[in-house]
Design a protein around this ligand. Structure first.
Ligand code: MG
Length: 392
């Protein structure tokens, strides 16, 4: 099962008077769209951005301007949001069991906790829609402005996005809505129309939809209250060299007559890096997270453990800025393998290759590395998170 995110970015932003699609507007150094995409860094396996034909080139350029930790495709939007989402669902290349989250491109302040609630609800019961209670009294008015009715506020809620559904069910409901000529302003309505139950979870007051200049300024104020936090970590690991084991370093199989002994694939370089990442976040060490007494980790590729470590620090709001790994081995020659090692690590972390450095050194035949009894590795890693500072 995979989680696919569809970002509806087809709005014209006419209420912004900006002359361009509002999702392409800059907001504190990044576009609104990039912020919306990055909100799913931990949870998306794939993403589809739907855009108007005249915006597709600009949206594509924005996606290509910096790497994201998941693949993204652009699909042409339709005449309405609903049609755009249907196009996105068809372009998403999903399996029936996959979960789809549909998100407004203009809601760039969605936070990981809320996304987790939405996903959790979908996994439990097939749907998850974030809502907030209505605090104003709502009036239903006639064309002349006269109040017709005052609905009971206690049962009214405002729906936000992302809204999560089972792919097969949302596709079925969207196709039925298209056949019936049923139009709606969110995907939950489309599901209701088709008779699927829709479950709600608590939304977030910060998760505003940017429709006016005032909203943009409000988002800017919220972002400026977050100050970046940088933390550094260090990791060190040693594994014994033995015959009849594969030598795996930074996920690269290196042909040699000896390999490293260990419970997993004994990738000493990645173990040092994972300890540096966990150390930077003060989240213990890999022994605590992946105990070598657990049969689940026997022979496991450490690249999978690195991805899991990355998920653990991202869950705490951190991402890797850069990492520098030094491998100490008398033999074999590691230099030809370094480009692949850097690529593997960058792919697992979802960061650019130039954020990952791998170096190899001999120890001039000194010590256990020099006697080829073992290989050691050290790593340092910088991670970045944000902390909210109160305005008062
Ligand atoms: Mg180890």
């Amino acid at each position: 099962m995979k989680t696919i995110v569809i970002i509806a970015a087809g709005g014209s932003g006419s209420r912004m008077n900006a002359g361009i699609n509002k999702v392409l507007l800059p907001l504190c150094g990044k576009t609104v769209l990039r912020r919306s995409m990055e909100a799913f860094a931990v949870h998306a396996d794939r993403m589809v951005v739907t855009a108007r034909p005249e915006d597709m080139e600009a949206v594509r350029r924005e996606i290509e301007s910096a790497p994201l930790p998941f693949p993204v495709v652009v699909a042409e939007g339709g005449a309405s949001r609903q049609e755009s989402v249907l196009n996105g669902l068809r372009a998403a290349d999903c399996e029936p069991a996959d979960v789809v989250m549909v998100h407004d491109g203009a809601r760039c302040m969605a936070d990981a906790d809320m996304i987790e609630r939405v996903l959790g609800s979908c996994l439990r019961s097939g749907s998850g829609v974030p809502v907030l209670p209505v605090t104003d009294t709502i009036k239903e008015c006639g064309a002349d402005g006269t109040v017709l009715r005052t609905p009971d506020r206690s049962v009214l809620f405002k729906a936000q996005t992302p809204q999560a559904f089972r792919y097969r069910e949302l596709l079925e409901a969207s196709e039925q809505a298209a056949r019936d000529g049923f139009t709606a302003t969110d995907d939950a309505s489309v599901m209701e129309h088709a008779g699927f139950p829709v479950h709600t979870v608590e939304g977030s007051p910060r998760n505003i939809k940017l429709t006016s200049r005032e909203d943009l300024m409000e988002a800017q104020r919220m972002i400026e209250q977050q100050v970046p936090v940088f933390r550094v970590g260090h990791g060190y690991d040693v594994h014994r060299l033995v015959p009849d084991r594969k030598l795996v370093l930074c996920g690269v199989d290196i042909p040699w007559e000896m390999g490293l002994l260990g419970h997993s694939d004994a990738d000493v370089a990645l173990h040092a890096l994972m300890d540096a990442m966990l150390g930077a976040a003060a989240l213990g060490d890999i022994g605590q997270h992946f105990p070598d007494t657990d049969p689940a980790y026997r022979g496991i590729s450490s690249i999978l453990l690195l991805k899991e470590t990355n998920r653990i620090i991202r869950e705490k709001g951190y991402s890797v800025v850069n990492a520098d790994i030094t491998i100490a081995a008398q033999k074999p020659k590691l230099l030809p393998h370094i480009p692949d090692m850097r690529k593997n690590v960058a792919a697992a972390l979802g960061c650019p290759v130039d954020s990952v450095s791998v170096k190899a050194t001999t120890t001039e035949k000194l010590g256990f590395e020099g006697r080829m009894e073992g290989i050691s590795a050290q790593a340092v890693c910088l991670i970045q998170g944000t902390a909210s500072v109160s305005s008062d």
